[in-house]
Design a binder for this molecule. Structure first.
Ligand code: ADP
Ligand code: NA
Length: 328
């Protein structure tokens, strides 16, 4: 049986955090053993919501490559590349934009939501590129004839639109492209240190790049049961963010922790220390790989050049077929 082919991308928007890792990257690391994977740092996509200041783009691309490689993505096994290094994405995006009715783009729910949200911030974001985001995403996917797309629930409408665009292309010209199917990843939302969803817009994140000491410092700031003031007060783990983290990162001891909290045989300080040491140990391999890579930025650059070359070979072949099908 031939392996399915995956395409997935992430915007290099900076400050990659543990929630981002748990939400997608951790899953990619598993998928790399089961599929042929194309993983792209989608820098053009990042421009759709933030185009004014582009000075940090190179640094953010480098950081994201470090995040991916330290997480354990294998640059030999997977094609790891930067979107803007493969210009075929732009050509296919243009051609798809010619055949996609505007109404299809305008009805995407995230478009309307985001427009409203950003409108209130006084940002002029209603650009052509912002509306056309799903068009570029479709080009990303089908350039590699990917058939399996790992997505969260919120991205399903985008992928449905991609499938419509693919059907239209295949009907109008030649049936070149497989319809990309979603592979729904049911990862839980990781809370931040204040208990709300971990998000860079809340400032409650634990950076994925955190060193052991930074990790410990962030955990010390975590919100616990607000009614447990004194060390002798009985705690309620159900309202404690530290306990939520124990359930995720220290599952085998979480019932013990829960009991000790309720009986006040462990205090919040020690409970945090215990969590911190467990997380430091869980993330040790990732930390070691990052340190190695940070010593060798040239190696990271090489990996991206190598990946872009491999991506371009596949993309160029697809574009030959597309041009032929469209008589261009
Ligand atoms: P942020 O909220 O920090 O701006 P993004 O919206 O850029 O994060 O999210 C990028 C990706 O990371 C998405 O796939 C999203 O589902 C995932 N993600 C973000 N925050 C979390 C979280 N707290 N828990 C799990 N996944 C998350
Ligand atoms: Na967000």
């Amino acid at each position: 049986m031939t392996k399915g082919r995956i395409f997935s991308g992430m915007q290099p928007s900076g400050k990659f955090h543990l929630g981002n890792y748990m939400g997608a990257l951790e899953n990619w690391v598993k998928l790399q053993h089961e599929y042929e994977c194309f993983f792209s740092i989608v820098d053009w996509h990042a421009l759709t919501s933030s185009y004014e200041d582009t000075s940090k783009i190179p640094e953010r691309i480098h950081e994201m490559a470090l995040d991916w490689l330290s997480a354990g993505l294998d640059p030999e096994k997977n094609v790891i590349f930067v979107q803007s290094h493969v210009k075929e994405h732009a050509e296919l995006h243009l051609l798809l934009s010619m055949m996609t009715p505007l109404s299809w783009l305008e009805r995407v729910p995230t478009y309307k939501d985001k427009l409203q949200q950003l409108g209130t911030q006084g940002k002029d974001i209603n650009t052509y590129g912002f509306l056309g985001y799903p068009e570029l995403m479709t080009a990303d996917i089908i350039l590699y004839k990917a058939d399996t797309i790992p997505v969260g629930e919120d991205q399903l409408p985008h992928l449905e639109l991609s499938r419509e665009i693919v059907r239209r292309f295949n009907n109008l010209y030649q049936p070149i492209f497989p319809e990309p199917k979603p592979s729904l990843s049911k990862s839980a939302i990781l809370p931040g240190i204040d208990g709300r969803k971990m998000s860079k817009s809340y400032g409650n994140e634990i950076p994925f790049a955190a060193s052991p000491d930074e990790l410990r410092a962030r955990i010390r700031l975590m919100i616990t049961d607000p009614n447990r003031v004194k060390r002798t007060d009985l705690g309620n783990p159900d309202v404690c963010t530290v306990y939520t983290f124990h359930k995720i990162f220290n599952a085998e001891h979480s019932s013990e922790i829960s009991q000790s909290c309720r009986q006040a045989t462990i205090g919040c300080v020690d409970c945090k220390k215990c969590l911190a040491e467990k997380m430091v140990s869980n993330l040790a391999d990732i930390h070691i790989r990052r340190q190695e890579l940070e010593k060798n930025p040239g190696r990271v650059k090489e990996i991206l050049v190598f990946g872009s070359e491999r991506a371009r070979t596949v993309a160029a072949k697809t574009m030959d077929e597309v041009r032929q099908a469209m008589n261009l």
